[in-house]
Design a binder for this molecule. Structure first.
Ligand code: MN
Length: 235
């Protein structure tokens, strides 16, 4: 299977070309994030708490969005008090702190704020199904079939050891599936994220306990917002 599985890139290489990140986000509809200034704010969920049931319950959303996502945001705003980094947009903050051990705590919270906002947008009630034709054609070109692309995404999500994320990314004219650990994210000049799946245990444990595969397969088949991914493609 082409492009399947994890690419073991470091945070530094994902974020090697910092100048492109804001541009990528602006093009990919994330301008609101790119413009954010401190105190950073929690974006509204694009659906009701119970809209993703039974795959992702209202209880999971209440903790995941209301406690985890908000927690990263509150931690970040607290860490930025009195810091020269407080003037940076969220994306510039991620770029400025990536790969710097002394800024790891700020990077982790900033990246998790961005990742979760992107994750909520990657899901929709009654999602899944057939992607829009432009995206489907790219899937066929890069993976052989739409189903093979979906399987690569499921496999990357299931194989990511411990906490992390599985991503569909655009690499020029091609698509790739990659996974990242903890708060890391595939933003670079080469990689334009199209959608993501959270595979931290807090994303699925209340609903699926240890059965991560049950969560990832249901998300890919029934919740992914292919229109969002298609709209994020840069041509
Ligand atoms: Mn999460």
């Amino acid at each position: 299977m082409k492009n399947a599985g994890s690419i073991g890139m470091s945070r530094r290489s994902f974020l090697a070309s910092s100048a492109s990140v804001a541009a990528v986000l602006a093009v990919s509809g994330q301008a609101g994030l790119a413009q954010a200034v401190t105190p950073h704010k929690l974006p509204d969920l694009p659906f009701a708490n119970d809209a993703l049931e039974p795959i992702i319950s209202a209880q999971t959303i209440s903790f995941h969005y209301g406690r985890h996502h908000r927690g990263y945001l509150d931690n970040l705003n607290r860490q930025l008090q009195g810091s020269p980094l407080a003037t940076l947009s969220l994306v510039d903050l991620i770029k400025a702190t990536a790969g710097r051990p002394e800024d790891e705590a700020i990077f982790n919270n900033a990246a998790q704020v961005w990742n979760h906002t992107f994750y909520w947008q990657s899901l929709k009630p009654n999602g899944g199904g057939e992607p829009p034709e432009r995206l489907a054609a790219m899937m066929r070109d890069s993976f052989g079939s739409v189903q093979a692309c979906k399987q690569a995404l499921i496999q990357a999500a299931n194989r990511q050891f411990a906490s992390g994320w599985a991503w569909l990314v655009q690499d020029g004219a091609r698509l790739r599936v990659v996974s990242t650990s903890n708060a890391e994210l595939p933003l670079s000049e080469a990689f334009n994220p199209l959608l993501t799946i959270d595979v931290w245990e807090h994303a699925y444990y209340l609903d699926h306990q240890n059965k991560r595969a049950a969560y990832t397969e249901a998300v890919v088949e029934r919740l992914l917002n292919w229109q969002f991914a298609n709209d994020n493609v840069v041509t």
